[in-house]
Ligand binder design. Structure first.
Ligand code: XLS
Ligand code: CA
Ligand code: CA
Length: 439
């Protein structure tokens, strides 16, 4: 078969001294870091929607990037051409997984039955390619935010008929995820939220979302899906307020409605920052709750208030992300490049370089996070910082065996405590710089 990207070679690791824009400087799939090869620490996935569908359209103008792959858009021939392009791109980059929404794969018909037939057909073709290349599915999801029927939400809609369409799409997307052997199934509640409380029953809507999730779990488990269900938090956009605001909110939701056995979090960097947190914060919150399942590996622009989905280049952030992931013992699912090239970066070479940037940034982050842990200065300081709780009294408090009376008596007898010890933030930041840039 003719190549879709004949000018792009297989991307190889050439090391940090290489100036070849089509080579990895840090991502060396077989290099062992803390006992595991990079490819296992970093189960990278291509996002079907950005890489194969998005053309750079924005509010002010049409797309700049040609993703027709020589076929007429909105046809099944085009859908197949996207599959061929995607598998060639992933093979050349050494990306081992992909993520998809139902309607990224095929043109959506007015009749959902026809859409479903198209999905069956395209996934047959994908299975052939998966067998040929060894590439796997990381996670699937249903797009329940683009079609106008979801203007008031999917699980949170006011229309019982629309709710049934949400159920139908989820059922089909779970079928496809199982057919493709996906490790996860994601719920991103794009329109699960509200524009104004004047027209909204919040409790009613949240209960309905939870019911839909329970039905999804029940159905998924009944057809043999043994992967992880994930919620991807995001505070806003497209809705003014989204129910899955951040990791803490989504985890509380999962627990409130008894979904914690089946659900983990898919933390996206750009969504964490939109919620007013650092990426590291939302990763930590998910991790300490045992729910760090997967990561949407991108970055936002802190000068803009919207979701820019940029390929990650900030090595401070990738290092701190990998620090959280290593400390949590790894990811259950993987790292999806939910990221798009900037509108003026419209060539296919840009598309490859963007993925190289993302993979190298995470590989460097992994190397540096491992070095930070092996260096030990940060962990040592943190241990020392809480050392006053190591004694008998601290243990009593931690064990839930202390009383307010006894602690108060102790405080009164001390009259005033010693200051609690410096936080040494500047020192720790210089350790981080040393790890990142020191010789
Ligand atoms: C949009 C979300 C979306 C999810 C999957 O902001 O990131 O792409 O990852 O529906
Ligand atoms: Ca995402
Ligand atoms: Ca995003």
């Amino acid at each position: 078969m003719a190549q879709v990207f004949p000018d792009i070679p297989k991307i190889k690791f050439e090391g940090p001294k290489s100036k070849n824009p089509l080579a990895f400087k840090y991502y060396d799939a077989d290099r062992v870091i803390m006992g595991k090869p990079m490819r296992e620490h970093l189960p990278f996935a291509m996002a079907w929607w950005h890489t194969l569908v998005a053309t750079g359209t924005d509010m002010f103008g049409p797309g700049t990037s040609d993703k027709t792959f020589d076929e007429k858009p909105a046809t099944m021939a085009h859908a197949r051409a996207k599959v061929d392009a995607g598998f060639e791109l992933m093979s050349k980059l050494g990306i081992e997984y992909f993520c998809f929404h139902d309607v990224d794969l095929v043109p959506e018909s007015d009749d959902i039955n026809e859409t479903n037939q198209r999905l069956d057909e395209i996934t047959d073709h994908m299975l052939v390619k998966m067998k040929e290349t060894g590439i796997k599915c990381l996670w699937g999801t249903a797009n329940m935010f683009s079609n106008p029927r979801f203007m008031n939400g999917a699980g949170s809609t006011n229309s019982v008929d629309v709710y049934c369409f949400a159920a139908a799409q989820i059922k089909k997307a779970i079928d496809l995820t199982v057919k493709l052997g996906g490790k996860g199934y994601v719920f991103w509640g794009g329109r699960e939220g509200y524009e104004t409380l004047l027209n909204t029953r919040v409790k009613f809507e949240q209960e309905n979302i939870a019911q839909l999730m329970h039905m999804a779990v029940k159905y998924g488990r009944s057809i043999g899906f043994d992967g992880t269900f994930l919620i991807e938090p995001k505070p806003k956009e497209p809705m003014k307020h989204q129910y899955d605001y951040d990791a803490a909110t989504a985890i509380a939701f999962v627990r409130q409605y008894g979904l914690e056995k089946d659900f983990m979090m898919n933390i996206e960097a750009n969504h964490a920052t939109l919620a007013g947190h650092t990426f590291q914060h939302d990763l930590r919150i998910a991790a300490i709750n045992g729910m760090l399942g997967s990561v949407d590996a991108n970055q936002g622009d802190l000068l803009l208030g919207w979701d820019t989905d940029e390929f990650p280049c900030n090595v401070y952030d990738t290092t701190l992300c990998m620090y959280e992931i290593l400390n949590a013992g790894g990811l259950k699912v993987g790292l999806n490049f939910d990221a798009k090239t900037r509108r003026p970066s419209y060539t296919m070479e840009d598309l490859f370089q963007a993925h190289i940037l993302g993979m190298d940034s995470f590989a460097l982050g992994l190397i540096k996070a491992a070095a930070l842990i092996e260096d030990g200065r940060v962990d040592e300081f943190v241990k020392e910082r809480y050392a006053s709780f190591d004694g008998e009294l601290g243990q009593k408090i931690r064990g839930g065996n202390a009383t307010l009376q006894e602690l108060s008596d102790r405080a009164l007898s001390m009259k005033r405590p010693a200051l609690p010890g410096s936080g040494r933030q500047e020192y720790l930041e210089s350790v981080l710089n040393d790890i990142l840039f020191g010789g």
